[in-house]
Design a binder for this molecule. Structure first.
Ligand code: ADP
Ligand code: MG
Length: 208
């Protein structure tokens, strides 16, 4: 199974709707650890993604993801606007010249997204950030790139979710949560939760 550019566009609109719906959950997660603005920031960014994608007649898979990332970056502000914008822009650029999104493309996307976010924010696995969901997802995508896209996305979404759950016992090294020290323990990172929502929606879009 492979997704053509217009199917990737429809998938990203579904992702945007899912993140907007998850706003209360994301806000609560950030309230437990930070300032509580993550849900509203993500929802604002995803509204901008929808506005741009609803009028796009995409020429490539790359264009869909880069358009989404640019919309997030210019509408969200704050740490996560730059970081989630980078995730989609860097991931999208890695798909240049590929006519469809398949399991191999998914792996390229997530590897480049991870590298971009790490370079941009300076965090590494274990610091209790979105990277703790993104890194296991990228790792798993490399393991399953010979499987059909629905199976690959199911495995990747599960890896992200496990990473998000593992972030509960981590002590934050970035953002406002850093000032909490050990009081962070027991709560998952809000950005990791957003990554989980994004990948679970991609999984649901392709079905198994
Ligand atoms: P802000 O930190 O400006 O309030 P948000 O609340 O929208 O922004 O986003 C917080 C999330 O951003 C965190 O939960 C974490 O996942 C992610 N984050 C913050 N700083 C970094 C960083 N340096 N590298 C990777 N992710 C980060
Ligand atoms: Mg915040």
């Amino acid at each position: 199974m492979e997704l053509k550019p217009n199917q990737v566009r429809l998938m990203m609109i579904q992702v945007a709707d899912a993140v907007i719906t998850a706003e209360p959950l994301l806000s609560q997660a950030d309230r437990d650890l930070g300032d509580g603005d993550h849900g509203l920031g993500m929802a604002r960014g995803m509204e901008a993604v929808k506005t741009q994608l609803e009028k796009l007649d995409p020429a490539s898979v790359e264009q869909v993801f880069v358009t989404a990332g640019t919309a997030m970056m210019s509408s969200m502000g704050g740490a996560s606007g730059a970081l989630f914008g980078t995730l989609f822009r860097a991931g999208g650029k890695a798909l240049a010249g590929r006519p469809v999104l398949d399991s191999q493309g998914l792996s390229l996307f997530l590897e480049a997204a991870l590298e971009g976010v790490m370079k941009r924010g300076g965090a590494k696995p274990g610091d209790k950030t979105m990277i703790d969901a993104l890194a296991p997802a990228a790792g798993e995508a490399g393991n399953v790139m010979d499987q059909p896209l629905p199976q690959a996305l199911a495995a990747v979404a599960a890896a992200a979710e496990a990473g998000k759950d593992a972030s509960k016992i981590m002590v934050a090294q970035f953002g406002r949560a850093k000032t909490l020290g050990d009081a962070c323990i027991g709560f998952p990172d809000a950005g990791a939760l957003s990554v989980t929502v994004i990948l679970a929606t991609m999984r649901d879009f392709v079905g198994v």
